[in-house]
Design a protein around this ligand. Sequence first.
Ligand code: ADP
Ligand code: MG
Length: 390
Amino acid sequence: MAINFSLYYGSPENRDYLEKVINSSRQGALVEVKPLTELPEQVNSGTNVIFLDYQADRPELDQWIRKTAADHRNPPIFLYLQEITTEHLWKAMRLGVKECFAYPIQAEEFQEALERLPLFPVEPEPAEATRLVAVLGCKGGVGTTFITVNTAYLLAQEDRGQILVVDLDLRYGQMAYFLDVKPQYTLVEVIENVGHLDHSYLQSLFFQYDKNLQLLPAPLRLEDSEVVSPEQLEKVLNYLKKLRAFRMILVDAGHQLDDVTFKALELADEVVLVTSQMIPALSNTKKLLELLQLLGLGNIHLQLWVNAWQKQGDLTLDDISEFLGRDLAGAIQYDFKEVSRSINEGIPLAKSAPRLGVCRDLRGLADSLGGGLRKEEKRSRRSLGIFFWR
Ligand SMILES: Nc1ncnc2c1ncn2[C@@H]1O[C@H](COP(=O)(O)OP(=O)(O)O)[C@@H](O)[C@H]1O
Ligand SMILES: [Mg+2]
C-alpha cells in the first residue's frame, strides 16, 4: 500500500532532496508539493504523512504545526531539520511532530519511520469512559506480563476502540520484548512532561503496535525508574482517563507493592491478581490480600486468576480457593512450549495461535474485563446469521 506524502519545502534544493528520499522509499508517493509560503488551511485528505522542511525562526510555522498536529483527523508530521539537537527534538515533540530527520537521511532510518506509522487513522474519541485495569503478580515469574500483553491484544482485536498497555514494572519492564518492538519513548518522557500534557503530544509518545493497540513502555535504564513518583503517575493516568481516547488502559503493575504500584491499584477500576498453583505463590497471594485490606484497598474490584494451571497438579482450584478464602475468577492453562515460544519470538500467543487452550482462557479474562460482544451486538450478529442462512 502506498504512503502518500504532502511535502512543504523551504528551498528548492531541499525540495529536490526530500522528493528523492520519498520516491526512493518502498511505499512513499508524493501527492502534493508546495513551498512553506503556501501551507494549506486544510491538509489534502488523501495525505498519509506531512513532510515539512523546518525553519526554526518562523513562529507562524510552529503555530501551523501545532494546530495541524492537534487535530487528530490530520496525518502525522515529519520534520526535516538543519541539525538534530536535544532542544530541537523536545520542541518538535511538544509541537506534536511524529518523526525528525536531518541530512543525510539514511534509507533504512526512513523506512523504519514509515513502519512506525499508525496503520489506520486514529479513531475519534469513544463515547464510553476509559476503564483502567491493573494486572498485579503475587510474585515474579507468575506470568503477569504474558497475561497483560495477550489480554490487551485480544481486547484490541475487538475493534471497539483503542487499548493502551502501560508497563509499570519500572525496574525490569519487559513488555517491549514480548511485542518485539523498539519504542522511541518511555514512561520517562511522559512523566518529565507531566506539566504540559496534551493529546497530540501524548499520541506522539505512545508506540502504535497495530490498529487499536498502543504501548507505553517502562523506563529503559534502571536508574530512570526513580523518575516516576505516585503523584506524577496519578496525574498521567487521570489525564489519560479524562481524554476518553482509549477504551481501556491495561497496566502491568509487576509484583512489587511499592508506592507507585499502590497508586495504580488505587486508581484502577479493576485489579487482576495473578497467582499460580504453587505454595510459595499462594502464600504470597494470601499476604498480599491481607496487606491490601490493611492499606484500605479491601473494597477494590479484584479478580483472582491462576496462571499456568495444570489439571494434574497437587492442588485443585477448589483447594486454592479454600486456602485463599476467596472465589477464583478463572484459570489459564499451562503450556510451556507455546508460551515460551511466543515470548521468545515476541509475538502475542493470542495472535500467532489464537485457537490454543491458553488463548481460550485468556479470552475468558478479556471478556471478564468488559471484552466480548455487547448484548445488542450479539443479537444483531445472530439475526444476520439467520438472514443469510435462509
Ligand atoms: N500459561 C503459562 N504456561 C506456561 N508457562 C507460562 C505461562 N504463563 C507464563 N509462563 C512462563 O512464565 C515465565 C514468566 O512470565 P512473565 O509473564 O514474564 O512473568 P512475570 O511478568 O510475572 O514475571 C515465562 O517464561 C513464561 O514462559
Ligand atoms: Mg513481568
